[in-house]
Write a protein that binds this ligand. Structure first.
Ligand SMILES: Cc1cc2nc3c(=O)[nH]c(=O)nc-3n(C[C@H](O)[C@H](O)[C@H](O)COP(=O)(O)O)c2cc1C
Length: 185
């Protein structure tokens, strides 16, 4: 079987963000699996317009999402919600998200970004995505990573393993289904 194309999406674009550190950890774990090929998607590398008038980056971003079989969204929590950059990215693409699995890795202060994850469950359901049950929440994120990008959070490590198992399972299941019949959405 071909490895799945798993996009790891960095949801924050803020100056001084920690998102790439969290995403690099997710990447290192996912890349250990021969069944996964990681596609790095950093929203800071796209100028996606908030008014949703398409531009060249809209096309580039949509095409990239279209090549992916599954997603992990790495998201901070800003004021109990997801960052605007991630919402704009989700609103920018329509068909290319559909009938594909997604897992959530959130991070933040004491709450670990769990409210951002719950928002993403609502939004991705509307986009016809399949969100997996297990999620990662990294609490007090600024204290969790060492200088080499290693994480001091065994619960997060366990949760990421389960998340990836479930995303892979769904990616295999829906890929077969998509080959047999068009998704009815
Ligand atoms: C505008 C703003 C709002 C925030 N709101 C929350 C929040 O509601 N809950 C939380 O746990 N952390 C909150 N934080 C702390 C962030 O989780 C923390 O700064 C994290 O590093 C942000 O991710 P980033 O560095 O990748 O942008 C907030 C940070 C910012 C900048």
């Amino acid at each position: 079987m071909q490895p799945i194309q798993l996009a790891i999406v960095v949801g924050s674009v803020r100056a001084g963000r920690i998102g790439p550190t969290v995403a690099a950890w997710v990447r290192s774990v996912a890349a250990e699996r021969a069944t996964i090929e990681v596609v790095d998607v950093d929203l800071a590398e796209f100028e996606l317009p908030g008014n949703l008038v398409p531009n060249d980056d809209t096309e580039r971003f949509t095409a990239m999402i279209g090549t992916c079989d599954a997603f992990v969204f790495v998201t901070p929590e800003y004021n109990h919600g997801i960052p605007g950059s991630l919402k704009t990215a989700l609103d920018t693409v329509k068909y290319e998200w559909r009938a594909k699995p997604v897992g959530f890795v959130s991070y933040g202060g004491l709450g670990g970004g769990i409210r951002a994850t719950e928002q993403l469950r609502q939004i991705t359901a509307e986009l016809h995505m399949v969100s997996v049950r297990d999620a990662v929440s990294v609490h007090r994120v600024r204290k969790r990573f060492d200088d080499e990008g290693g994480i001091d959070d065994p619960a997060a490590v366990d949760a990421l393993g389960r998340l990836l198992d479930q995303v892979e399972w769904w990616a295999g299941a829906v890929a077969g289904a998509r080959e047999r019949i068009d998704y009815p959405g």
